[in-house]
Write a protein that binds this ligand. Sequence first.
Ligand code: NI
Length: 266
Amino acid sequence: MNPVTLFFDQLWQQYTAINPQAHAIHQLLAARGESVVNDHVALRTFNTPKLGIDNLAGLFEAIGYENRGQYDFTAKQLNAYHFEHSEDPNHPKIFISELITESFSPELQAMVQEMDSQVSDEDVQSLDFLYSGRPWDLTFGQYIQLLQESEYAAWTAAFGYRANHFTVSINHLTTFFDIQTLNQFILDSGFAMNESGGLIKGTPEQLLEQSSTLAPMVNLEFSDVNHLIPSCFYEFAKRYPMDSGRLYQGFIAASADKIFESTDAK
Ligand code: NI
């Protein structure tokens, strides 16, 4: 199998193992005759020298990806980049964000350092690190402590390396032409959706409309106990053409900011 296809296949297997919702929606779409194409996948990390995007990007670059966009999420203290495959635009884009840890308390920074110290330089040189799950110990108490400061930090600490979400490309669907109809289908099928900032984030004028499910709760194994926490979600994206006629391939920071809240238990 092509190394890019193999990577996304492994990432999907790991993602659906804890997020049966995505598998179920994928099956519902398949039952209508759709063959689902992914617009992008999203990964989360911390900005330490070892775990930060600068270091992990080499893994995507080795399978043909190039950095094509940078985004700032000031309120959440995140940096993000999107990568596109240099030769085959049908491969999903990779959206990766990192927590700017120095913007948080000394306690949070110490916890991130402790997690980071449990990962070796060698671990992060292999593509399978990106679907290896949580590579460090974390107690439920530490998770709650992180949650006080940053929902993103808590999620990343708990779930580690995996897809935070996969994204269905609405442009590639043949039985849905707009995001409204697809959202209604998802709701009618019994799935809860993220309404932070409205059901649909972005507009045709911004060239990208997105919506997402709310992350279902999963019984996650911590170092000490198992506990129900919000897991991963499924996203839907419709892109519009630029003046050149090509579909816009970037991301809208204001929309992504709201999409991040799909893992927020509130
Ligand atoms: Ni996304």
